[in-house]
Design a protein. Structure first.
Length: 437
């Protein structure tokens, strides 16, 4: 063995460059062998061991990424230690290679820490509390801090200066750094406030009209918040916008289990009147109004009897109105509806009349927050109410359309023709202009 080494050294005595090149090749081969051993053998053993632990449920091979990044340190360590064993290598070049290898170790270690923080976030996201207290913004801030420290150490290693000198120089650049990282600092403060107060959580439905955002929050990061709108587009907002700009969070509605219906039917005011005997007989057959009508009629009869109006003046007597009876019917209909929450407010009221008629507002809550079911319940209620309006002698107000004006024109033509024929029968002489032709 000793003789082989002597022959090997004797072979390179006449060629120092080849000796150096061979030593470099040997160092590279040694690094490759160690890298293969670590990644292909040790890494597989670690992965198999991790499959037996709860960490195997994290997904995305996050732990494997941490180990793989740390494994890259081994070849760099070989170069930092073995570069000085290479014969005939200039000292300056050896120092440069060592510094580059050391910088690579620092960078790899920082990236491994970043991957480890991803593991921490993945483990935390498996807990139910993560929905209310996301930590993605804090994880990103820690990553940023580690990368900044790594950058300072890499620069200090390459220029062979103490990192304390670089840090002392950063004090004079504080104002510039504040300007450069102002978005990061504002977003950090906003993230802390959002997380501490529970203003927005992943899965919340928020509405921010000035940012054209109306949908579900799918991600809260340090700098941005992503919202998937109901049209499947993605709106990305700066995190600080959730502090500076107003928005509506529908979480309270979703957690309550019910969603509000607040909508009006506009009644044509010319159709409002006291109920006739025929209309009273018709509404008496409505089951939801039988108890109300019995009590109301008794109350009105007692009032009118105490009045003792000898002249029986129409204006002095109290009578039931179709609008009041319809309002009570709507209230009873909602109180007997299986999809309306009875423990919450159920209100039917008149609003101020206007040019579009008399608004009858329906205010109640459905027993579901599912959008499709909510709209189906609301539509079913108003389908029924609009259809039953004529039963009370009421009509919904609608501004006249072109079809309405066409009917009026046809009616005017018919009326004009009838009047003209009546004039001829009565012997009226037509105008001269009518006799022309």
């Amino acid at each position: 063995m000793a003789s082989l080494i002597e022959q090997y050294l004797a072979f390179f005595d006449g060629s120092p460059f080849m000796y150096t090149l061979a030593a470099v090749a040997l160092l590279v081969v040694l690094s490759a062998i160690l890298n293969f051993i670590v990644k292909k053998i040790l890494l597989r053993l670690v992965n198999r061991a991790l499959r037996l632990t709860p960490a195997a449920n994290i997904g995305d091979n996050l732990i494997e990424k941490v180990i793989a990044r740390l494994a890259n340190i081994v070849p760099a360590l070989v170069f930092t230690r073995g570069v000085f064993w290479i014969p005939n290598l200039p000292e300056g070049l050896a120092s440069f290679i060592r510094n580059v290898a050391a910088s690579f170790i620092i960078l790899t270690f920082a990236m491994a820490i970043g991957a480890a923080l991803n593991v921490v976030q993945a483990i935390y996201n498996q807990r139910p509390v993560s929905l209310n207290r996301p930590i993605k913004g804090y994880i990103q801030l820690l990553k940023l801090g580690f990368y900044l420290i790594a950058a300072i150490l890499i620069i200090a290693t390459l220029i062979e200066k103490s990192p304390i000198l670089l840090l002392s120089g950063l004090g004079a650049m504080a104002a510039v750094l504040m300007l450069v990282f102002q978005d990061t600092l504002l977003s950090l403060v906003a993230s802390i406030q959002i997380s501490a107060n529970g203003m927005v959580r992943v899965g919340d439905w928020i509405e921010m009209p000035n940012q054209n955002a109306d949908g579900e929050v799918i991600d809260i990061a340090l700098h941005t918040v992503k919202i998937r709108n109901w049209d499947r587009t993605i709106t990305t907002l700066p995190t600080r916008k959730l502090i500076t700009d107003p928005f509506k969070n529908w979480r309270g509605m979703q957690e309550s289990g019910g969603r509000r219906i607040k909508r009006s039917i506009y009644i044509d005011q010319t159709s409002i009147h006291f109920m006739t005997d025929e209309e009273m007989q018709s509404v008496h057959r409505i089951r939801l109004l039988q108890d109300y009508l019995a009590g109301k009629e008794k109350e009105l009869d007692e009032w009118n009897r105490r009045l003792n109006d000898a002249n029986n003046a129409y204006a002095n007597h109290r009578r039931m109105t179709n609008i009041g009876t319809f309002r009570i019917y709507v209230e009873q209909y909602l109180k007997n509806h299986t999809s309306i929450v009875q423990d919450a407010t159920v209100l039917v009221r008149q609003l101020d009349p206007g040019a579009n008629g008399l608004p009858i507002e329906i205010y109640c809550f459905t027993n579901t927050t599912v959008w499709n079911d909510y709209e189906a319940i609301q539509s079913g209620i108003f389908d029924h109410l609009y259809s039953i309006l004529p039963r009370f002698g009421l009509y919904a107000y609608q501004q006249p359309s072109g079809r309405d004006f066409q009917k009026i024109r046809v009616l005017e033509n018919v009326t004009e023709t009838v009047l003209k024929n009546d004039s001829i029968v009565l012997g009226k002489v037509p105008d001269k202009e009518e006799n022309v032709g």
